[in-house]
Design a protein around this ligand. Sequence first.
Ligand SMILES: *[C@@H]1O[C@H](CO)[C@@H](O)[C@H](O)[C@H]1NC(C)=O
Ligand SMILES: *[C@@H]1O[C@H](CO)[C@@H](O)[C@H](O)[C@H]1NC(C)=O
Ligand SMILES: *[C@@H]1O[C@H](CO)[C@@H](O)[C@H](O)[C@H]1NC(C)=O
Length: 235
Amino acid sequence: MAEWKPRSLLLALCACYALAAPMPAPMGATRREDGSVLVGDILYSSAQWDGLLSKNLDSLEKLWPRENGVVKIPFKISDSKLNGTLLKLGFSAWQSKTCLEFPELTESDTRKEYLNITIQTGCFSGVGYTAGNVTTISIFGDVCGLKGITHEIGHAIGLHHEHSRSDRNDYVIVKMANVEFSSAHNFFTKDTVNFGVPYDYYSIMHYREKGGSASGERVLLAKDARFQDIMGDAP
Ligand SMILES: *[C@@H]1O[C@H](CO)[C@@H](O)[C@H](O)[C@H]1NC(C)=O
Ligand SMILES: *[C@@H]1O[C@H](CO)[C@@H](O)[C@H](O)[C@H]1NC(C)=O
Ligand SMILES: *[C@@H]1O[C@H](CO)[C@@H](O)[C@H](O)[C@H]1NC(C)=O
């Protein structure tokens, strides 16, 4: 079933968060000046990265707090050149189907946890909530597109790639031989708890069949062939 399931999504919010993946330093990981590590489109703070390596990461800590049934995730645009129209469409994509809300941070709001929307070279995001710190999203001009922005917001709310789920080998065959060297980390499984939420080929957090391909050959083969052409197709 490829339809969007709001209830599943919230469960998936917990489910898709990697609990404690013993993660080797993958090819293509970049340690930045502030100690944070950029792996593909996911930005780990220094502490998060160490947590992953030492298996200390608790998924529940990465969820944005929920009050009265609503999860409010404030955002701040830190670069005036950013296309706010596109950004807000990305937020709407999540907000219209979940109990997540994305209010703009007000001047008087002193909280430390919010989405810091920046323009850096690339489309990437931190994963989930970090007490005492912002979650950085980078939107690189027009490169990311609405779909890319929506995908990065998915990381910011706490989701990893769908095809990294712990049970993904039941659903897809990953042809590692076809994967671009620098993209290999995007195809490692994570030690996620999935709460019985069905695997979602269609998810915006799922790569398409040739995502990360070195030579244009297919990387992801759906075990249920009916899903081959719609992997990652969610708008
Ligand atoms: C917040 O995150 C930034 C960027 O990853 C990092 O440089 C900084 O040390 C973090 N601050 C705290 C208090 O963890
Ligand atoms: C923002 O993006 C939309 C959609 O791509 C586009 O129509 C609009 O012109 C952009 N606005 C600016 C200021 O670039
Ligand atoms: C948010 O991003 C801007 C632009 O990159 C940066 O200057 C600022 O320090 C960031 N804020 C925090 C609290 O990290």
